[in-house]
Design a protein around this ligand. Structure first.
Ligand SMILES: NC(=O)c1ccc[n+]([C@@H]2O[C@H](COP(=O)([O-])OP(=O)(O)OC[C@H]3O[C@@H](n4cnc5c(N)ncnc54)[C@H](O)[C@@H]3O)[C@@H](O)[C@H]2O)c1
Length: 266
């Protein structure tokens, strides 16, 4: 029940040799696990993060390039993709993943406009900016895979609300679907990755403050545990690779069955 099949030690295939991948939020959690996985599959990885020490450590570890970026800043985002192209000669994969889940984003009744706007900027506007910056390179290549990190909360409601986070992820899902449809005939696929709750600093921080909230969530997960970041990274590697050549504009759930469950097994 608690086994995690995709440990970092597990052997991986080499589906991404010669591809350049830009990963935002590469310094931690899902982004870091994905940087490791894509590099192990042969990709040249550009690790983008606002946190310089974490981002640089990730890039050093995977033999990639660190670019400091605040994903809410249009000029910095454009510079990120330009740097990736200038350094490695292509932009084949964009994993637009950076996101926040701050404690002041809560029930709609107590969440202020500032908290609402900040989460929209970091989680949704950033994905708009990253797609807008990545697409022209992919159009010129006639090839590309964009993976935008949404969440299972984009397709399900919770009474323990984080209203702006949920709305931002719904936006990421709808935007990804539309882009996937618009650019499909140019060889570009755009998918929304919808992870279930993952054992990362973001969630640990949220749930450490409120163990009852954690327990209330866990009861809904059919597999009985949260995901490990490596399990999400494995799904990103699939979506990035040609193995997923007919997967486009998808709501790609990697959630241990949460979205399929009405009641969970005892
Ligand atoms: N952890 C979960 O359970 C879970 C579940 C579903 C979806 N997600 C989503 O997955 C993504 C990654 O989450 P995680 O759990 O790995 O988070 P994390 O906090 O471990 O990592 C997020 C990274 O993004 C960076 N970042 C934050 N703001 C930034 C900005 N403005 N510009 C550039 N970088 C910035 C941080 O420095 C950090 O390194 C997020 O979009 C999150 O909403 C997480």
């Amino acid at each position: 029940m608690t086994e995690t099949p995709n440990t970092p030690e597990a052997p991986v295939c080499r589906r991404l040799v010669g591809r350049t991948a830009v990963i935002t939020g590469a310094g931690s959690g899902i982004g870091l696990a994905t940087a490791r996985r894509l590099a192990a599959e042969g990709a040249r990885v550009v690790c983008a993060d606002i946190d310089e020490s974490a981002g640089k450590a990730a890039a050093d570890e995977v033999g990639g390039l660190y670019v400091r970026v605040d994903v809410t800043d249009p000029e910095q985002v454009e510079a990120l993709f330009r740097t990736a192209y200038d350094t490695y000669g292509s932009v084949d994969i964009a994993f637009n993943n950076a996101g926040i889940s701050p404690p002041d984003d809560d029930s709609i009744l107590i969440t202020g406009l500032d908290a609402w706007k900040r989460v929209q900027e970091v989680n949704l506007t950033s994905v708009y900016l990253c797609c807008k910056a990545a697409l022209p390179y992919m159009q010129r290549q006639g090839r590309g895979s964009i993976i935008n990190t949404a969440s299972f909360v984009a397709v399900m409601g919770a009474a323990t609300s984080q209203i702006s986070y949920t709305a931002s992820k719904g936006g990421v899902l709808a935007m990804s679907r539309e882009l996937g449809v618009q650019f499909a005939r140019e060889g570009i696929r755009v998918n929304a990755l919808c992870p279930g709750p993952v054992n990362t600093p973001l969630l640990k921080e949220l749930f450490a403050k409120d163990p009852e909230r954690a327990a209330r969530r866990l009861v809904h997960v059919p597999v009985g545990r949260f995901a490990e970041p490596e399990e999400i990274a494995a799904a990103v590697a699939f979506l990035a690779s040609d193995d997923s050549s007919f997967v486009n504009a998808a709501e790609f759930l990697v959630d241990g069955g949460i979205a399929g469950a009405y009641v969970t097994p005892v």
